[in-house]
Ligand binder design. Structure first.
Ligand SMILES: [Zn+2]
Length: 406
């Protein structure tokens, strides 16, 4: 059939509403599904029966809170309806996680990366082997893994699951979809890492009951600088982007960036930029590939002890970040900004420059600075973002597959 009938589309939309409400609120009783989705009781019955038959949902009995009364029937996802793997690529390690359809984490391990090794071949071979290991350790058939969700810093093309430019591999592209051959049949999702952080922050703030929340930005500080912006549309639908903030031209100061350009925000605010200024190395010196945290800690210690050049390096970094953020709020609107990543350890040293940079713009002088919070647990946020996006994709595919199968 070439066109879907409208009743079929309505049914798909209603099924999507039911699955989305279970993701949002956890397992629910029939009346609560009806309440949260606004669907009629009879419609909910038809949908839950269909999804049970398709082995997507299951009934569970929940003991009533009062000692008398019959147990309540609630609906939840069948945990074995499918699995998802997440892969977080960083400059010094790759983290692999496995979760079930209910969103429960089943396994996780990390493999160190040699950050001096910029060839893609050893990485892609280790990647395929690690995914095999992930499935084997939990005795899950590769065909049951429905989504592999990958994240990296840098520029990604989500449509083709290609890593376009990354701090790890530079301009060498990685085509993830081509790497996994049968028996894998998983859909590959590739996201910028800070996009996932922004996604997770928006969900956290929404859950915490933030009022009139329209947008949230996440700024990640470390070897590279990442930005994600999550926006809610009128219907409460979330859309998230990752503008190329770290490599946005900030100043014609001649500071050489890892991307080859000069004057990027990262060239001042990335770890190598701070190191370069602190040691008074000429700004056009080729950036260090990797700066160990211990090295940054030493510079920070010296700055806190009043060493002028070290203090100045962090202040300059903060200034570049603040100026960059002032442009973001001038272009979009004022929004809460969550700062994350290993660089949050030095927030005390960055803060003054950051506030100064923000205050230089008319937008901030007139409307005030955006509320800034520090959220150090970046890895947890990345995983939350991976899970929410991958599970939503699985829900969508489940509904489409079921309708096509009719
Ligand atoms: Zn750059």
């Amino acid at each position: 059939m070439l066109t879907k009938s409208s009743t079929e589309l309505v049914r798909q939309q209603n099924s999507a509403l039911v699955l989305a409400s279970l993701r949002r609120h956890g397992p629910l009783a029939h009346t609560d599904i009806s309440h949260h989705t606004g669907l009629a009781s009879a419609t909910v019955s038809v949908i839950t029966a269909e999804l049970e038959k398709a082995e997507v949902l299951e009934r569970r009995e929940q003991l009533a809170s009062a000692s008398r009364g019959r147990p309540r029937v609630i609906f939840g996802q069948r945990r074995d309806a499918g699995y998802l793997a997440t892969v977080r690529i960083s400059s010094d390690m790759v983290q692999y996680s496995l979760a079930d359809y209910g969103g429960t984490l089943l396994d996780r391990f990390e493999e160190p990366r040699n950050h001096a090794d910029t060839a893609t071949r050893p990485f892609t071979e280790a990647f395929v082997a690690a995914l095999d290991k992930l499935a084997d350790r939990s005795r899950i058939d590769r065909g049951q893994v429905l989504v592999v969700s990958i994240s990296s810093k840098g520029l990604v093309d989500p449509q083709t699951a290609r890593l376009v430019w990354s701090p790890v591999f530079g301009a060498q592209q990685v085509d993830f979809a081509a790497l996994l051959q049968p028996p894998w049949r998983a859909k590959i999702l590739l996201s910028n890492e800070t996009l996932l952080v922004a996604h997770a922050m928006a969900l956290r703030m929404e859950k915490a009951g933030a009022r009139d929340l329209q947008a949230v930005a996440a700024l990640s500080l470390g070897h590279s600088i990442g930005l994600g912006i999550a926006r809610f549309d009128r219907s409460g639908e979330l859309s998230v982007t990752a503008p190329n903030f770290g490599h946005m031209l900030n100043s014609s100061d001649g500071k050489l960036c890892r991307c080859g350009a000069q004057g990027c925000i990262e060239a001042s605010a990335g770890f190598y930029g701070i190191l370069r200024t602190a040691f008074e190395v000429p700004p056009d010196t080729i950036p260090a590939k990797f700066v160990p945290l211990a090295e940054m800690d030493k510079i920070a210690l010296r700055a806190r002890q009043g060493h002028r050049m070290s203090e100045y390096a962090f202040r300059q970094a903060g200034l570049a970040l603040g100026q960059g953020l002032s442009r973001v709020v001038s272009l979009y609107e004022n929004m809460p900004i969550a700062i994350t990543g290993p660089g949050t350890r030095y927030f005390d040293l960055l803060q003054r420059g950051l506030e100064e940079g923000l205050a230089q713009s008319q937008q901030v002088r007139l409307f005030g600075a955006p509320p800034i919070s520090v959220v150090p647990e970046e890895a947890t946020l990345v995983l939350e973002g991976h899970l929410d996006r991958a599970l939503a994709e699985m829900d969508h595919d489940v509904i489409v597959a079921r309708t096509v199968g009719d």
